[in-house]
Design a protein around this ligand. Structure first.
Ligand code: ATP
Length: 301
């Protein structure tokens, strides 16, 4: 498999606190990889280590086969958006992009193209960033990340502050970018945001990876929900057929695809009132379960 970003056994300790604990994953071209985890899970710390901004305690992160800091003219290869508010507040959006183009040695015409792409108008581009809304800062950050026409994008919570139309626009942009062969690593603490656009998922909780795989795999892992006129009796029949069953408030959760369950029902003449592959609800349940031990919840409890 071609790998654009490779993270191996990455660990970061701050004093006695382990913010990132032995994290490994790979990001491939032609896909959006969602980096999902609750607040404080370690996503930003990981991404900062990938971009050479925070030194790891141990482990390695490489982009296009090299540590980020060893890439010549990195902006031409990797577009990074880590903190949309980190840009110089006194500069205008256009100035930031023009400076970026100069540093990367690319044609100034690309500045207008990017402003156009992210939907910042001429008058917005000439305002100072201190007067930008969060959504405008994110758009500018995305324009800056794309300026050098990189093969890889590393974006930390780029949807923060975008309105629903802006979020949809960004999804389309990232989808198109990946479909053309680009590799995207996109972090979020919101499952839905990631789920609609990501092909691959890396789920992190308290510094450690708790699940990773394709979205389809992770969704299949959460099984199928079924309801019948007599759930308890049907649970027994499913178990006899060798299928794992867990009763839940919303019916029976079965570790099998809908076809296998339908076949058991047909064999025994059971009436199904509901049969659906766990989709977003299943993934959400998984995300909540996987991250339920987040430190924040313990403090709140
Ligand atoms: N410089 C630092 N010194 C000490 N602790 C830090 C430092 N940077 C991050 N941490 C801690 O590491 C943990 C992970 O933080 P990080 O910002 O990576 O989480 P995150 O998953 O990006 O969260 P969010 O979704 O809230 O942005 C947090 O508990 C944070 O307080």
């Amino acid at each position: 498999m071609v790998v654009m970003i490779s993270v191996e056994n990455l660990t970061k300790r701050y004093g006695g606190y382990t913010a990132v604990d032995d994290v490994s994953f790979a990001v491939r071209p032609g896909a959006v990889t969602g980096f999902l985890g609750p607040n404080g899970a370690g996503k930003s710390t990981c991404m900062r280590m990938m971009c050479g901004l925070t030194p790891p305690t141990s482990g390695t992160a490489t982009v296009l086969g090299k540590p980020y800091a060893a890439l010549p003219n990195p902006g031409r290869h990797v577009g990074v958006l880590l903190d949309a508010s980190a840009q110089h507040a006194g500069r205008t959006g256009r100035e930031v992009l023009t400076l970026g183009a100069m540093v990367m040695g690319i044609d100034r015409s690309r500045v207008d193209e990017m402003l156009d792409l992210v939907g910042l108008s001429e008058s917005e581009a000439s305002r100072r960033i201190r007067n930008y809304s969060l959504g405008m800062r994110q758009r500018l950050g995305i324009a800056h990340a794309l300026l050098g026409d990189p093969q890889v994008l590393i974006l930390d919570e780029p949807a923060n502050g975008l309105d629903p139309a802006g979020i949809r626009w960004m999804r389309g942009l990232l989808r198109g970018y990946a479909d053309e062969g680009g590799a995207v690593l996109l972090s979020s603490h919101l499952l839905h945001e990631i789920e609609v656009v990501a092909d691959e998922l890396v789920v992190i909780g308290r510094g450690s990876i708790v699940a990773q795989g394709t979205k389809a795999e992770l969704m299949a892992a959460s099984g199928t929900t079924v309801r019948t006129t007599d759930d308890a009796a049907f649970a027994g029949l499913l178990q006899q057929a060798g299928l794992g069953v867990t009763p839940t408030a919303s019916g029976l959760q079965v570790e099998a695809d809908p076809l296998a369950i339908g076949q058991v029902a047909a064999r025994h003449g059971v009436v199904l009132t509901e049969l659906r592959q766990a989709s977003s609800a299943g993934l959400e349940e998984m995300f909540l379960q996987l991250t339920a031990y987040d430190a924040r919840e313990e403090v709140a409890a």
